[in-house]
Design a binder for this molecule. Structure first.
Ligand code: APR
Length: 223
């Protein structure tokens, strides 16, 4: 399970480290259903900028280590991130809990999702049913459609690793509650988040070095 922290060293800002503001905006202004209703132009512009920024970001050693891990393990990455740095690093099974910056979605039909690559979404851009397109992002106040699938994977996991998330946003943060108490858990974060769990190993450091150390620990102790 990954969060904004894994992309921090790729130059993409985390949310809660940014003093309550996300790139200068109140998160509720740009990442909530109310914000979208109030000012769609601002929200579209905000995500157009995030898309541009993410386009120029490269995966870092943390993403690459998780991708490499597929050579030894069956790995599914469940990410809260809307960038695609895991895929760029080579991970083949990635579940985006909070959506994907490089897709647009109809605002009347959740099943109408379009790959847009680096293109902008602007006011007046419509889906095939004639409604305004929006980013395919799960905002505050919305359901997390992939949560059930992710919870099933967490429940069946033999090893669970958490990288770079404050575990502050629900339901995503509750994923760890689905993991069997006996299952070994790795937590990699320069500021280990508070959570209640058993059988875990903490690596209090950044993803680029911490993920590699956790994987080495895994090889040395659990195989
Ligand atoms: N390597 C690893 N972890 C890091 C690094 C780093 N280089 N830098 C910061 N971190 C950690 C922070 O210590 C913090 O625990 O990453 C975490 C980032 O936490 P948040 O900013 O809260 O991000 P995240 O947990 O992904 O947020 C969850 O909130 O705003 C919503 O939908 C948005 O998906 C997002 C969700």
């Amino acid at each position: 399970m990954t969060g904004a922290g894994i992309s921090a060293e790729s130059g993409l800002k985390t949310f809660r480290d940014a003093g309550g503001l996300w790139e200068g905006h109140d998160v509720m202004e740009v990442a909530s259903v109310e914000g979208w209703r109030r000012n769609p132009a601002l929200v579209l512009d905000f995500y157009n900028q995030r898309r541009k920024q993410a386009m120029s970001a490269q995966p870092n050693a943390g993403h690459l280590a998780l991708a490499q891990l597929e050579k030894e393990f069956d790995v599914t990455v469940v990410t809260q991130n809307i960038d695609t740095l895991h895929e760029q690093a080579g991970s083949t099974r990635v579940i985006h809990l909070h959506g994907n910056l490089f897709q647009s979605k109809s605002s009347v039909d959740d099943n109408l999702i379009y790959d847009i690559g680096e293109k902008e979404i602007n006011v007046g851009d419509k889906c095939e049913k004639g409604s305004q397109l929006r980013p395919n992002i799960v905002w505050f106040g919305e359901m997390v459609p992939m949560m059930e699938v992710a919870a099933g994977i967490a429940a069946e996991s033999d090893i669970f690793m958490v990288v770079g998330t404050s575990l502050a946003v629900y339901p995503a943060a509750s994923l760890i509650d689905f993991v069997n108490p006996e299952t070994p858990k790795y937590i990699i974060d320069p500021k280990i988040p508070e959570f209640y769990g058993t059988n875990f190993y903490s690596f209090e450091e950044v993803a680029s070095t911490g993920v590699k150390k956790a994987i080495q620990h895994l090889r040395d102790n659990l195989i």
